[in-house]
Design a protein around this ligand. Structure first.
Ligand code: DON
Length: 316
């Protein structure tokens, strides 16, 4: 399959895309993003890589880090994790507080803000050098030792992170936060602030398309069974109150962030990352979702259909 041509076709088709949306302005550091940035990067099972557009520019991965922190915590504490956080889709915005009180401080899932904050609490309790350990984990997955936190973005978010403060305090009142709330939130904001390119993201998530094995060094990050669980959570919760729509249109497990990145995987086949900072009303990259919808339509690759037929594909 000529992925390069497919990327060009997508880019052409979306040249004048009108519903590009707004960049995230509630975190001042993200408001400066250029809404016209656009990149797509694909890594295949055979190790081939395809790039289009701004694929080497690092951007703020924001909530995409929630999958990586979930994986790390799952490795550390195993199934005990599910005593602190659920695995059900929330059907609510990523920062909604409504369910958290009804459900006694146990977040619906690890990919909404409340859930990711609990995961940060667990990591702080189990790691000696949480900031160093976590970034080392990400760098190894990406095969890029240059990946780092952006203290500027973390501080910018901290200065106006009132809702995340509300989440953590509510959970603390229910006994679901062990550490100091300021320390947990600082760690959470730093994880969100990590900067990666489309290339880094596609490479990093490849282990989730390879039954848990990091293709760069052959290390088993998670077992195949654990990997299934992470992919299931991404499919059901990765896009918040747009998870159904993403499954409906794209048909792959994936994760978005308010920096405009999306990464999605097709088990045994590929990992793909897209970046376009304009967000729709649900906080997900508008053009990014459209680009992935076209990609999986042309390639007939989605987890709900038959195995793809890689020749004689037609798209119209
Ligand atoms: O806590 C926040 O609001 C941000 N640091 C992350 C939110 C996010 O990326 C949601 N994703 N679409």
């Amino acid at each position: 399959m000529n992925y390069q041509e497919i990327f060009e076709k997508i880019s052409d088709e979306l040249k004048d895309f009108e519903q590009i949306g707004q960049v995230a302005a509630y975190i001042p550091a993200l408001a400066k993003a250029n809404p016209n940035s656009f990149g797509m990067y694909l890594v295949t099972e055979e190790g081939h890589e395809y790039a289009h557009g701004d694929t080497d520019t690092p951007f703020s991965i924001q909530s995409i880090s929630k999958v990586l922190s979930l994986v790390y915590a799952f490795k550390l504490v195993g199934t005990d994790l599910w005593k602190r956080v659920g695995v059900e889709p929330s059907g609510s915005p990523f920062n909604s507080l409504v369910q958290l009180e009804y459900e006694q401080g146990i977040p619906r899932n690890p990919l909404i803000n409340a859930g990711a904050i609990v995961i940060c609490d667990i990591l702080l309790s189990h790691l000696n050098e949480p900031y160093d350990n976590f970034i080392a984990f990400v760098r190894e997955l990406a095969g890029n030792s240059g990946i780092d936190y952006s203290s500027k973005t973390a501080e910018s978010e901290k200065a106006c992170g009132f809702k995340n403060n509300a989440h953590i305090n509510l959970m603390k009142s229910f006994g679901n936060i062990e550490n100091d709330v300021e320390e947990v939130l600082d760690f959470y904001f730093h994880l969100c602030s990590i900067e990666m390119s489309c290339k880094d993201l596609a490479q990093t998530f490849m282990f989730l398309a390879r039954s848990g094995k990091n293709p760069l060094n052959g290390k088993q990050v998670l077992s195949a069974r654990e990997t299934k669980r992470i992919n299931a959570i991404m499919l059901l919760c990765g896009f918040y109150d747009e998870a159904g729509e993403f499954a409906f249109k794209v048909g792959l497990p994936g994760k978005s962030g308010v920096g405009g990145g999306i990464v999605a995987i097709y088990p045994d086949q590929y990992s793909i990352a897209v970046w376009s900072p304009g967000l729709n009303s649900k906080g997900n990259s508008s053009k990014g979702i459209k680009a992935l919808e076209i990609f999986t339509t042309i390639t007939q690759s989605n987890v709900f259909g038959p195995s793809p037929i890689f020749d004689e594909l037609e798209y119209e």
